[in-house]
Design a protein around this ligand. Structure first.
Ligand code: ATP
Length: 237
């Protein structure tokens, strides 16, 4: 039984001046699934995320929940339930964990932030223990949890995660990806961008391989994990 598409990106082109970073990318994200986009440095993964959020101008068609996002600015996309956890995490280093989380709610003008804050603390007990600690003094894994927690304030339907495993030790990567899988179980749809192909395929339903701004391969994650073309370049042989 096929799930309806939550996000449908068709023939996306995004350029930086003369350089075309995305050249006709199409990605489909069914509701309730984890879809990963795998690719090397510079393949265009972050550009794809920023194009979906509407912070980079692009041509092509992006449909979310059956409606076109054409002309919808960033705030409108956030209000519709799309939330991005950026690669650099963009935390406020000299503010506390609690203040960073509250800002996540503020940007969505939500009244239910106290309840949502408690939900984030229940999900991430580590953040609850450290609620008064400055974000800049957290470990890398804790900062990633905080960035995800902040994105969850306001209850997104679609979570875009840009390289959550960046700079983290393998055990912590496993924790973070375990959290992502848990979100799926709660009905959050996830588009996950990763260089860490093996780990992301293991938790994904479908995957796309992006190379120099184009989709090179796509299919069920389990099939891609066995694909010899992917093996040599992305799965370490
Ligand atoms: P990484 O894993 O290293 O973050 P990526 O797959 O996310 O890589 P992008 O950051 O989307 O790749 O970059 C895609 C291409 O666009 C690269 O060739 C990059 O140099 C170029 N690019 C990205 N941002 C800009 C910019 N602001 N101005 C000009 N070119 C850019």
């Amino acid at each position: 039984t096929a799930s309806p598409l939550l996000l449908d990106v068709r023939d996306l082109h995004t350029r930086y001046g003369r350089v075309e970073a995305l050249s006709g990318v199409s990605v489909r994200v069914p509701a309730g699934h984890i879809v990963s986009v795998i690719g090397a440095n510079g393949a265009g993964k972050t550009t794809l995320m920023n194009s979906i959020m509407g912070v980079l101008p692009s041509s092509g068609e992006i449909t979310y929940g059956g409606e076109s996002l054409r002309g919808v600015p960033l705030e409108g996309r956030v209000a519709r339930g799309i939330s991005l956890v950026p690669e650099r995490r963009d935390l406020f280093a000299s503010m506390t964990v609690a203040d960073n989380l509250q800002l996540g709610a503020y940007s969505r003008r939500r009244e239910n932030w106290r309840r949502e804050l408690e939900e984030v603390y229940t999900r991430f007990p580590r953040l609850a223990e450290r609620r008064r600690q400055l974000a800049g003094t957290l470990s890398g894994g804790e900062q990633q949890m905080l960035a995800i927690g902040r994105a969850l304030m306001g209850k997104p339907r679609l979570l875009l995660l840009d390289e959550p495993s960046l700079g983290l030790a393998p055990l912590i990567v496993r924790d973070i990806l375990g959290i992502v899988r848990g979100l799926r179980a709660e009905g959050v749809t996830v588009l996950l961008v990763e260089q860490n192909a093996r780990a992301s395929l293991a938790i994904s339903d479908e995957a796309y391989v992006l190379e120099t701004g184009q989709v090179r391969l796509h299919g069920p994650a389990a099939e891609l994990a066995r694909n010899p073309e992917l093996g040599a370049s992305y799965l370490g042989g």
